[in-house]
Design a protein around this ligand. Structure first.
Ligand code: R5P
Length: 314
């Protein structure tokens, strides 16, 4: 029953939270999430949540640790206020790239974050395009991992570039994701294969697939420095691609990433709003943001009504 729902938002991405609330036709629950003078976080929920189905919308994006801590404290506040069920809605799940031990004596931080969320009192998690699907298994509570792909495919069709499109994975690690996307779009697949033949020598980019004359669509879950994407765009243009655009779910965009994208050969970078776009992103000449608020809103409605969420994967 939607009437039993309470939607709350931390400070990570207020516009997305507002858009989700608007989709659901529910107001955001009034709460204060603020800082003491020493920057400790203080949360005060200003409405009764006893027995309610609570959803907290909070991406753990930059500043990651602050946003994560806000989320944990909000979960604690809801639990102590007797919410009946607490769903952590984490459109961008930070720390996801630390999902295995890359070497001895290193942490698996994604698992630590999963433990923290569970111990704080989350009953379920709703997220989008986890960096690795198996992170779902780090949780022993129900975890729904939505895909941005249907929203992106719709956008590609509306832009009229689907006809001559070729989906490209910017690295070998992204092939599974790109192949599934190519299938949805009914387009062929190419792969950028980065190789360093000898230590100290620069990387060579080989393109697997004939991209000449194609509208290449690079697909990835995260853009951080932009290096992966810009290098791939250069390699594709060098092989005769007609145009190169990119669809990326999470715009982390650290350091000089936006400037790098603006100066690149990318016709367009399309991001979703799992991470709130900065002013630099909003004014960038070749970056566009599409909203996944309807996708998340619909998933929340379905969870609240105990309906299937898997229909959203189609
Ligand atoms: C890596 O496994 C991810 O899927 C992205 O390819 C990566 O995070 C992109 O990073 P950057 O933009 O810094 O090259």
């Amino acid at each position: 029953m939607l009437g039993n729902m309470k939607i709350l938002a931390g400070n990570a991405n207020p516009p997305l939270a507002e858009a989700i609330a608007a989709y659901l036709g529910e107001p955001l629950t009034r709460c204060h999430v603020r800082r003491f003078a020493d920057l400790e976080i203080f949360v005060e929920i200003l409405e009764n949540v006893r027995g309610r189905d609570a959803f907290i919308i909070q991406s753990t994006s930059f500043p990651t640790n602050d946003n994560l801590m806000e989320l944990l404290i909000m979960i604690d506040a809801l639990r102590r206020a007797s919410a009946q069920r607490i769903t952590a809605v984490i459109p961008y799940f930070g720390y996801a790239r630390q999902d295995r031990k890359p070497g001895p004596r290193s942490p698996i931080s994604a698992k630590l974050v999963a433990n923290l969320l569970t111990r704080a009192g989350a009953d379920r998690v709703l997220t989008v395009d986890l960096h690795a699907g198996q992170i779902q298994g780090f949780f022993d509570i129900p975890t729904d991992n939505l895909f941005a792909a249907p929203t992106m495919v719709r956008d590609i069709k509306e832009r009229g570039i689907a006809e001559n499109a070729m989906v490209v994975s910017p690295d070998v690690g992204g092939v599974v994701r790109a192949r599934a996307f190519a299938k949805r779009l009914d387009a062929p697949l190419a792969i950028v294969d980065k190789r360093r033949e000898r230590a100290g020598e620069s990387e060579v980019m080989n393109i697997i697939g004939d991209v000449a004359g194609r509208n290449c669509v690079l697909l990835d879950d995260i853009i951080d420095s932009g290096g992966t994407l810009c290098n791939a765009a250069d390699a594709l243009i060098a092989k005769g691609a007609a145009s190169v655009s990119a669809y990326i779910t999470h715009g982390v965009l650290s350091g000089g990433a936006v400037a790098r994208i603006s100066a690149s050969q990318l016709t367009e970078l399309v991001l979703t709003d799992t991470i709130a776009p900065t002013e630099a992103v909003r004014v960038a000449r070749n970056i566009r943001v599409i909203s996944i608020a309807p996708l998340i809103g619909e998933a929340i409605a379905r969870i609240a009504k105990e309906e299937s969420v898997s229909i959203l994967f189609d």
